[in-house]
Design a protein around this ligand. Sequence first.
Ligand code: MOS
Length: 728
Amino acid sequence: MNRVDGPLKATGRATYAYEHWEAGQPLYGFIVGATIGKGRITRIDTEDAERAPGVQLVMTYLNTPEQGPRDESIPFEYWRAQPVLTGPDIHYYGEPVALVVAEALEEARAAADLVEVEYRAGRGRFDFGEFEDVYIPKTVNAGLPTDTAVGDFDAGFAGAEVKVDQQYTTPYEFSLPIEPNACMAEPRGEDLVIYVSCQITDAARDSVASTLRMAPERVHILAPFVGGGFGSKLGIHSETILAAFAARTLRRPVKVAMTRQQVFQLVGMRPTSSQRVRLGAGRDGRLSAIAHDVTMHTNPDIEYAEQTAATTRSLYAAPHRLTSHRLTALDLPRGTDVRAPGEAPGMLTVESAMDELADTLRMDPVELRIRNEPTVDPERDVPYSDRHLVDCLREGARRFGWENRPATPASVRDGQWLIGYGMSAAIRGHFQGPTAVRVRLETDGTAVIQTDMTDIGTGTYTILTQVGAEGLGLPLERVRIELGRSDHPTSWGSGGSWGATNSCTAVHRACMTLREKLLDTARDDARSPLHGLDPANAVFSDGNVGIDGASEPLGEIVARNHPEGVEAEGRTLFMGDDPNYSAYSINTYGATFAEVGVDADTAEVRLRRMLGVYSVGRVFNPKTARSQLIGGMIWGVGAALEEEAVVDPRSGAFVNRDFAGYLVPVHADIPDVDVVVLEGYDDKANVLGAKGLGEVGICGSGASVANAVFNATGVRVRDFPITIEKLL
Ligand code: MOS
């Protein structure tokens, strides 16, 4: 099935946050950022800016209304207040110091240049490599434990016949969706309507309400279409808070969007990391000891630790194990969730280390992984719900032609190109959060599905249409979806690869409840042809319900008995309250294979082809699933070869904060990527048997490219990304 919102998007009728005109002519805000990375504002003069053409308001810390504080007792960052312009202190380069609001965007931008700010610059901590001091975070992202230890790692590693002990580094990386962070805030009486590009409308509402000290029910978030997120829109950012304050002050709609450079400065990034991976094995390749120790940067005010070593805990069998996460505080923007937080950089290094072990053992890397397949989750000591990693490895090797891999590195050439094959395993946890949806059946036999869930480009509209139609036995065109409104039932939004399964499961449950209501109604309704018949034999199909040869359109049952329509809610539990999550290790799996060519003279790396084979339970829609997985794999290519933001150690500014300097793969970099999804159904994950697949594609895929570069050249680069100068 094609995307139901495809025609709207292709014709420009899908309305994004900055494009709403319902409230009439808006004002435009432009953010002024600090030009130092650490220090204090000593003078701020807004007079010239205020007198500039069209300017309605200049906000600085001197005139911003009182804001609610970030409340650390709220379990997730994205639901907390996000105060901005809080005082004269500067915490990172580019931090907002003013908002200029004018009748036209050009006027706001021009007047922003007239805001005069003087600073006293302090000595900042900007360079990750320079500092050795670390501290231990209380937990890592998603509430996972900071450290784990099983068995006796030191003894296990000391006694191993073959060892790998390597240090890897990964850079700052950014979520850079097509649509930059943007908001329009519209005052409506005492209420605020906020059109914002966000992944979790419930979090956006709470965050706006607590920052502006408003009652949450007075804040209405609307996010019907979102142009990508990748973590950068899990929470709202300064553009939303500033637009909301300005709109309330001026009593007019105000739009604020970030420029691309501001996205780099204000939204947060994947922390840079230094990772030590130790693998101890016997000559047969069986691992006896695994350790994964991670140090990464954090902003000192907003602690964030990616779960970089978390996937290592469930990946391979080994009796002796250690994982740890440490933080180094730097005066840089906050670290934040960037697609496959922790899992992506963690799998990149661990799966590189596994390739180093295979090379040391002179063993096929696929075979090495199969030999270390665990029977139970080795740290939690619980069974896997439905683990098919070995199937992915075998199927991928067969389809890719892995047997043609050059056995010796740097041994195969195709003209100018050194040819190499690489592979990697992938694993990622499956998460579940509290989500509610409402399904209404109208008297005309159409269904409406309502939830505050978002579609961030992933396909939510489409799969909810499918699951709703299947659940009620309706033709697809009789199901309508309303998403992205915080006044609808509350979901956990889009993120963490949980959106599809949460919302589809909740829709399915609502449909099952509606079926029961309809059958009870019909059985008791003397005017129904189904009157008195046994609902156990009911079949819902093509808009009708049939029992033992009798049949009636759903709309007629509703019209006769529920003239206002009939509705039901479906819900999912927070994973901590779902017994399957403690009884089983629930994950998705994959194997990626890559072939690269490396220019023998210039060391230019070209991906030649790539294959991913995944096991993700049941798939709702092969087309949207394939797009998600390919997108993740391509991000892996970027992590291996291109993506890296570089900090100026003098100022703390990112020097390459645009698409000219911060490279991501483009079409010319990606010649041939294929995806195969194994048939599956994980009955421990949910009643639909489906698991989230948004992030498993980026887990491990980078390592398959890195390992192919080694196979082509014999050069092992442990400082990502693998750029030309590191290979020469
Ligand atoms: Mo994803 S980093 O959970 O949006």
